[in-house]
Write a protein that binds this ligand. Structure first.
Ligand code: COA
Length: 347
């Protein structure tokens, strides 16, 4: 084991802070409401089938010229207002998305410019539907270790650009929207331990159909026999469903245990809005008491991947379905397959 060299100075490190919490939450739903009937113009399905299998009645799609930066700007401004912070207070932006249309650079620095945040640490997180909960965990660690005072965590998607409207297996699930949270120092523990993990064996369960390299080959080498096509996201619905119900529901239980919270002490359960039947199965597996409010934002918002947890929690708080200051279990899971879950004190 190596030890510090003799006579060298000990490194100066920032003073740690004991606790962190979410100080403010914001959300943005695009204006355009897309009904199941509209989705069924492109696939052989029905409003009844979609509602019964997913709980989705309608979803929102962003306008063609509306970007993930536009949507996250609106959500972030709300979160910053509730937190009582200005652009000058934000040290770091963690931007969770899988629908930024540039391989590089990241979207986070663009959001910083929009919000007038000068020179923050800024990077994107690629953990699909778990991205926001990973972001909350990382922000918590950054604030507590003293490496940032206030961290802006964004979860945003414009999946209407990446889902094939003619794909019967996925066109009805995914949608667009943004959520944001400001994490900062706290007098009490506001973010419990995060349980996270991944199952790379199921990497192909939710996946971009073709790699960019295949697309390049198809365009540049017509003799390759490859068809140049947009690499839409495709999903093995049944396999994802089983994984979520059998592998992720136990994680929800363990997360509560890690925080020292029992199911009856929760003021809200906010699972990733993947599918209403998955949420119902988790509620059953956790033996969640009937009076604990469960997020059901998917009915009118669809599955917005990284945005779904903050969108759903914000709606519950605004509607008075969950109390500010109460305890919520939030859990994100999806492509990777990856997951992250924690108990938080709601702002
Ligand atoms: N409309 C109407 N019928 C459809 C259909 C559609 N869009 N897609 C499939 N079907 C039919 C199938 O043809 C099949 O018919 P059959 O019984 O006559 O052969 C039947 O419905 C069942 O097909 P299956 O693929 O088993 O559907 P399912 O019950 O698994 O439901 C999903 C499909 C996608 C709704 C479901 O698997 C699911 O919700 N998976 C999880 C997806 C998810 O949450 N993803 C996000 C994770 S982040």
């Amino acid at each position: 084991m190596s030890t510090p060299k003799a006579n060298q100075p000990a490194l100066t490190i920032p003073p740690a802070v004991q606790h962190a919490r979410i100080h403010g939450l914001g959300s943005y739903r695009p204006e355009r409401v897309v009904s199941n009937a509209e989705i069924c113009e492109n696939i052989d399905s029905s409003d009844e089938w979609i509602q019964q299998r997913t709980g989705i009645i309608e979803r929102r799609f962003a306008a063609p010229d509306e970007s993930i930066i536009d949507m996250s700007e609106a959500a972030s401004l709300q979160a910053m207002k509730q937190a009582g912070v200005t652009a000058d207070d934000i040290d770091f932006i963690l931007f969770a998305t899988i629908s930024h249309p540039y391989q590089t650079p990241a979207a986070a620095p663009l959001l910083a410019i929009r919000l007038g945040i000068t020179s923050p640490g800024a990077l994107d997180l690629s953990a699909a539907c778990a991205g926001y909960c990973y972001g909350i965990s990382m922000a918590n660690d950054m604030v507590r270790s003293g490496s940032a005072k206030y961290v802006l965590v964004v979860g945003v998607e414009k999946l209407s650009d990446y889902v094939d409207p003619h794909d019967r297996g996925s066109a009805f699930i995914f949608a667009d929207g943004a959520g944001a949270a400001v994490v900062g120092p706290s007098d009490f523990p506001g973010i419990g331990p995060t349980l996270y993990g991944s199952d790379g064996d199921k990497w192909d369960n939710i996946v971009q159909k073709d790699s960019w390299l295949n697309l390049r080959e198809a365009i540049e080498n017509p003799e390759s026999g490859l068809t140049p096509r947009w690499p839409y996201i495709e999903m093995k619905g049944q396999s994802v469903f089983r994984w979520a119900v059998f592998s992720i529901a136990p994680i929800a239980k363990k997360t509560l245990e890690a925080s020292g919270v029992t199911p009856d002490q929760l003021d809200a359960f906010v699972p990733h809005q993947a599918n209403m039947r998955i949420s119902d199965a988790m509620v059953k597996a956790m033996k969640l008491p009937e009076d604990v409010p469960v997020a059901r934002d998917i009915a009118t918002t669809g599955n917005t991947s990284a945005a779904s947890v903050p969108l759903a929690m914000h709606r519950m708080l605004q509607a008075g379905d969950a109390p500010s200051g109460g305890l919520a279990l939030q859990i994100g899971f999806g492509a990777g397959l990856a997951y992250a879950a924690q108990v938080v004190v709601m702002p």
